[in-house]
Each structure stands twice: as structure tokens, then as C-alpha cells.
Design a protein around this ligand. Structure first.
Ligand code: FES
Ligand code: FES
Length: 154
């Protein structure tokens, strides 16, 4: 396996072509190579959801995904959900409900809900909670996050 590879993909709708170490995680690639720091390093082992991005519209944990694995795919990060500078409906609901304290988990929750909203615009409570099952928040106790999610997906 080569130690570096020339990676081509689309990120937030834009074509990207970069030489990257073969062992580079998608999260490192986004944050350090592309300076897209919205996706967060939480646990770095796939347990917390803070690094959630969408790959071809589906949630992926960027910390345990190799950048090489998204060659020729479309990656959407938290920066891509509000391209015109306006909050997305989910972000706006988080704002209204003050659903963040430190905010470290928030991008991951927003990305998980962005996928759910696209797939199931009117989810049941069970579907909503299942969609957020891989995301951990250490601050809020989840009540306000769930309230914001219910409002955004009502
Ligand atoms: S940082 Fe990726 S799951 Fe925690
Ligand atoms: S708001 Fe701090 S971890 Fe969720």
C-alpha cells in the first residue's frame, strides 16, 4: 500500500483533490488539511458522534473512516448545512431551545438530524431517539436537544 495517495472527492459541493497520507482519517483530513474544524474530535474511537459527517447523504463517523475510503464520494460537514450563511432549520431550532452548552457535541447532533430530516421528515419519537443513539452529550441531559429535534422535524 502506498504511503500517500492523491485523493479526489467532493466536500460541501466543491471538488477537492489533495495528496494525503494513506493512514489519514477523514476527520484529520477535514480539520487539518481543509481547515473545516466544525466536525469535532471527541473520543476518536467511534463512540461519541462528535465527528459525524454525511457521506453520500448517510451519517459516517469521520474519526474511524479513512480519508482514502471516501475517494470519489460526496462529503457534507456541518459547514455545508448552511452554505448561504443562514442557520439550517435544525440549527435554528437548537438556537431557539438553547440546546447546547459547551457545544462540542452539537455539530454531530445536527448532522445526524440532517440525515433523519432528509430520510424521515416526520419521524416517530422512537425513530428520533434511535437516530441520535450514537451521539453523546455530556452537558445538556438531552432534554433540550430532543425538544429542538422534535420542533425541527415536526
Ligand atoms: S470523535 Fe468520532 S465518534 Fe467520537
Ligand atoms: S453541549 Fe457540551 S457535550 Fe453537548
Amino acid at each position: 500500500m502506498p504511503s500517500e495517495l492523491l485523493l479526489s472527492l467532493r466536500v460541501n459541493g466543491e471538488p477537492v483533490r489533495r495528496l494525503v497520507p494513506a493512514s489519514r482519517s477523514l476527520l484529520e483530513f477535514l480539520r487539518e488539511d481543509l481547515d473545516l474544524t466544525g466536525s469535532k474530535h471527541g473520543c476518536d474511537v467511534g463512540d461519541c458522534g462528535a465527528c459525524t459527517v454525511l457521506v453520500d447523504g448517510l451519517p459516517r463517523l469521520a474519526c474511524i473512516t479513512l480519508a482514502a475510503d471516501v475517494e470519489d464520494h460526496e462529503v457534507t460537514t456541518i459547514e455545508g448545512v448552511s452554505p448561504d450563511g443562514q442557520l439550517s432549520p435544525i440549527q435554528a431550532a437548537f438556537d431557539r431551545h438553547v440546546a447546547a452548552q459547551c457545544g462540542y457535541c452539537t455539530p454531530g447532533f445536527v448532522m445526524a438530524l440532517t440525515h433523519l430530516r432528509a430520510e424521515r421528515p416526520h419521524p416517530s419519537e422512537d425513530e428520533l431517539r434511535t437516530a441520535l443513539g450514537s451521539n453523546i452529550c455530556r452537558c445538556t441531559g438531552y432534554t433540550k436537544i430532543l425538544a429542538a429535534a422534535r420542533e425541527a422535524l415536526k
